[in-house]
Design a protein around this ligand. Sequence first.
Ligand code: B12
Ligand code: SF4
Length: 484
Amino acid sequence: MQLDTRKILLVHPLGYSAESAGSDISRMANIMPPLGLASIAAYLEREHFSADIIDCYAHPDSDAKISTYLQAQRPAWIGFSCTTSSFLDAVRLARLAKSILPEIRSVFGGAHVSALKGQLLNDYPAVDIAVIGEGEETLRELMAKGFDQAATVAGLVWRNAAGGAESNGYRSEALELDSLPFPAYEKLAGYPEAYTLPLFNYPKAPSTSCISSRGCPYACTYCDRSVFQRTFRHNSAAYLFRHVKYLHERFGIRHINFYDDQFTFKRQRVEEFCQLMIDNPLGMTFNCAVRAEHIDFELLKLMKAAGCWMVSLGIESGDEELLARHRQNANLDMLADKIRLIKKAGIRTKGLLMMGLPGETEESIRRSMNYVFSLPIDDFNLSKFTPFPGSPIYEKIHELGDFDEDWEKMDCMRFQFVPHGMQKDRLEELFILFYKNHFQRPKVLLGYVAMMWKSPDSWKRFLANLGAFLRFAKSNDRLGEGKS
Ligand code: B12
Ligand code: SF4
């Protein structure tokens, strides 16, 4: 029987073994919808193709579901969205798909694919086509023209007659974001309940994440911007308000986490959006991420009035010299002033930090701790620096320390890179110490108590998973014992 050339199954891989998924603390705390795949699915459906999504990240153990779908629906295409850590799981699933439907064509997209392009086709026969950059129109055109015409579709990597990878680079025209349909959230099984923001990061449920812009004009050394590059395109305030209202009315969403790299980059857009939220109250709240350069007190007050609950802000390091090696405008006094302004406006603040950057020393880590603990920060996230393909630093990373480039382990929860002059074990100890010192501060503990009424759903989830959290804390305690 023929395969359906107008049908595609879109898969968000799990990225690690399903057996370990149940006890993974980050999964309990944080599961976000795959917005790229949901946007592609909505776009294809509008263009009269058929697209379904299986999200293994939200639903581990989805192999059987994928097999059943392929046997019953017989799509001619299967698509995978890949970060570096999830790419090999996608390759495994592509092999599984080909064992069921040998004629099926696999299309890979996402950050890892946009960064490494042809290398992936050369090394992984299960990858038939890679899409570079944004995927909506490229995939539509590919599905409309067919696999044999791949060379005529801009934004692809394909195999030529000799079997080598060939690419025609990025599409010359980026999409106008207001022309896109809203992501097909309804195609995500269990949405919105199956998706949860990090604990204590939202006041009410159900919550979701949402994207209203693409790209970032900055060039931090550790950041992979291979998909949307150094541009900034955004939805208008009116479109964004319609989107938020739609999430509220159709899915009952009460809190949104805007995952834009630079939510406030265009000040006027944010002003207009906030005014719409104030003039047409939906009873909703939101979080967003900003760069310190793009906020001021007037804007923050307006955001607060519009329902802004928490602002995340990239600090990365409390060592100014180290910071200056990795990002523009490394000014810790300015950052501290902006954090105080966020608090003054009545909004919670979350600092985003990284440990283990090239140039990091025990001294710089201590400076980071002192800096962070001197600020009125409500929450912080400390990730382990990981040099991703596509990030500027990746090119010369081997000159800067020891790098174990094991893609499956590159999930920012392990020190795959150890800068010159540091030891991996010591980095681990200091990492735990950082968190330990944070949680031992009475102000912080009181803040979590206050969450009983500020975010009761978080406490409910926390208590429901208490056993796993205690196991996690105990294992970390052992690691951190006796060290300071
Ligand atoms: C939200 C988010 C998350 C969420 C949800 C992830 C998801 N799959 O949607 C969560 C919190 C789970 C997450 C986790 C992680 N994330 Co994250 N995350 C993001 C963020 C901020 C937004 C993603 C998004 O929704 N973008 C908007 C949509 C529209 O874009 P998109 O997903 O890229 O999809 C477009 C194209 O890529 C392409 N495309 C994507 N998939 C496919 C598939 C096909 C078939 C086709 C044709 C095209 C295509 O078309 C889409 C539409 O145009 C991005 C940064 C960013 N601005 O994109 C980082 C980003 C993707 N994450 C990153 C990282 C490092 C991680 C983590 C490793 C770190 C961590 N511990 O948190 C984990 C990895 C988890 C995993 N197993 O994959 C890196 C990836 C770098 C890399 N090479 O791997 C990014 C790029 C941030 C950065 N600049 O460093 N993340
Ligand atoms: S880390 Fe943030 S500010 Fe820096 S390039 Fe990436 S998205 Fe832009």
